[in-house]
Design a protein around this ligand. Structure first.
Ligand code: NAP
Length: 477
């Protein structure tokens, strides 16, 4: 079912060393994948550099046609991609199918958007001059992606890069490389030329990362993952050769429920936002701030909905909460819950690992959480919903903004003036009003503060792979 060699310069590459990819629900070894290091990373960059002139020289229409073919093959392979994501990453099959569609959408959308890489005509300040700016591909682009969206975090970078005329090297996470290799198979079948899209699989991410960040041939680096690793890689990119940089990092999303909200809409939104991928998304509601007048009613309805969530292997019918990615993740979640309870929070439901297996944690509701607790201050990355009580709009905004992160935020209210006012004051790259899930290929996705740099998706996502060049035509008479 799986391709297990790296994909470099249009070839499937062995390395003599392999690492195991394990199903987090069953602990079965799914495949032994080629374990690349610095040598293979250099080879992929060289291939991307060699492929660049011909790829950048194609018209946007020609590149768009190849991307469109890649998209169609992804659409045909949707079930295979979804199963790979469930098996290597653990997310329920229904969510994996949704990611297969979401991930492919980036390729579809940028196949068209490539044709709209417009420059500008600028009024000159002298009669004899004409000013224009043009857009050009930055060059070789490299990326490192996380395991929580094994497909979409790759296509969200590769599609705009290829559309812009850049060639591309990705190092997928060692926990979920199989989906990336299916994407490579489909790119090959679509006729994307050798060297334009390369996948360097490997367990020594630091060694591969160092080559990608420091190579003079790589002109753009894009990273999605934790803030700690992103800061380190970003510093290396700038210090080595001032690369263009995109960073999509961690979050600590507040979800604010005002007393004037529709309670059912708020509960539905909170469940969708909090528990997608067992709470392992960067835009997951990390903490739920609920106004005191409806705190008890919200806690009761929300807890009933959490109790009804079905936990198990994502391949089983109807499962809504799969395993966490590994044992370390379970330990971190348990630690945060224990800390909250030790400081006065109560587990209205859950609060401990789940009997489904070593990597499972019971969906949990914590009440009486205070802003000082770790569960409010750190990214939980697990199925735990801390409920914090607030009195006023100002207090909610102060709690929400009291974090170094600023990726997603959510608010539930039926007062449109409040929705505008609070949206403008929240320090976040994205605000969703009265809805818990919103990601798609067409919006500018990204964060402020330590949640990152740049935007992915939409017209902004293409800009991240383009340089603006200014041309002055003098002596025009
Ligand atoms: P992570 O540990 O930072 O890993 C992300 C990627 O970086 C993986 O491919 C990993 O490879 C690689 N990596 C780890 N250490 C490295 C190093 N020293 N040098 C080079 N590469 C290195 O993060 P994670 O735990 O997988 O992902 C969860 C984090 O990603 C969360 O904080 C989440 O919020 C964030 N995230 C953000 C967004 C967004 O758009 N803002 C989207 C999704 C996730 P190996 O796994 O092979 O070591």
């Amino acid at each position: 079912m799986f391709q297990t060699n790296a994909y470099i310069d249009g070839q499937w590459r062995e390395t003599g060393k392999r690492f195991a990819v394990v199903n987090p629900a069953t602990h079965d070894v799914l495949a032994e994948v080629a374990d690349c290091g610095a040598v293979e990373a250099e080879a992929a960059i060289a291939a991307a550099h060699a492929a660049l002139p011909a790829w950048a020289g194609k018209t946007a229409h020609q590149r768009g046609a190849l991307l469109r073919r890649w998209f169609e093959l992804m659409a045909d392979a949707r079930e295979r991609l979804a199963l790979a994501m469930t098996r290597e990453g653990g997310k329920p099959l229904s969510e994996a199918r949704a990611e297969a569609a979401y991930g492919a959408d980036f390729v579809d959308w940028y196949a068209e958007e490539a044709k709209r890489a417009y420059g500008r005509s600028i009024p000159a300040n002298a009669a004899s001059r004409r000013y224009v700016s043009i857009k050009q591909p930055i060059g070789v682009a490299a990326a490192i992606t996380p395991w929580n969206f094994p497909m979409a975090m790759i296509t969200r970078k590769a599609a705009p890069a290829l559309a812009a005329g850049c060639s591309f090297v990705v190092k997928p996470p060692s926990q979920t490389p199989l989906t990336a290799l299916i994407l490579a198979e489909l790119a090959q079948e679509a006729g994307i030329p050798p060297g334009v899209f390369n996948v360097v699989t490997g367990s020594d991410s630091a060694a591969i990362g160092q080559v990608l960040c420091e190579s003079d041939l790589v002109r753009k680096f894009s990273f999605t993952g934790s803030t700690a690793v992103g800061k380190k890689l970003g510093a290396a990119c700038v210090a080595s050769n001032v690369k263009r940089l995109s960073l999509e990092l961690g979050g600590n999303a507040p979800l604010i429920v005002f007393a004037d909200a529709d309670l059912d809409v708020a509960v539905r939104g909170a469940i969708a936002s909090k528990f997608r991928n067992a709470g392992q998304t960067c835009v997951c509601a990390n903490r739920l701030l609920v106004q005191e007048e409806i705190y008890d009613a919200f806690a009761e309805t929300f807890t009933a909905a959490v109790k009804a969530l079905k936990v198990g292997n994502g391949e089983e019918n109807g499962v809504e909460i799969g395993p966490l990615i590994d044992r370390k993740a379970v330990q971190k979640v348990a630690e945060l819950v224990d800390d909250a309870i030790a400081h006065g929070a109560k587990a209205a439901y859950g609060g401990a690992p789940h009997p489904a297996g070593a990597n499972f944690f019971t969906p949990t509701v914590l009440t009486d959480v205070t802003p000082a607790m770790r569960v409010n201050r750190e990214e939980i990355f697990g199925p735990v919903a801390p409920l914090i009580r607030f009195k006023t709009e100002d207090e909610a905004i102060a709690i929400a903004n009291d974090t170094p992160f600023g990726l997603a935020s959510y608010l539930f209210t039926s007062d449109i003036a409040r929705a505008w006012r609070v949206s403008e004051r929240l320090e976040a790259g994205m605000v969703s009003i009265n809805e818990g899930v919103y990601s798609n290929a067409f919006i500018p996705f990204g964060g402020v503060k330590q949640s990152g740099l740049g935007r992915e998706g939409g017209a902004e996502g293409l800009e991240e792979y383009l340089e603006t060049k200014f041309l002055n035509f003098g002596g025009v008479s």
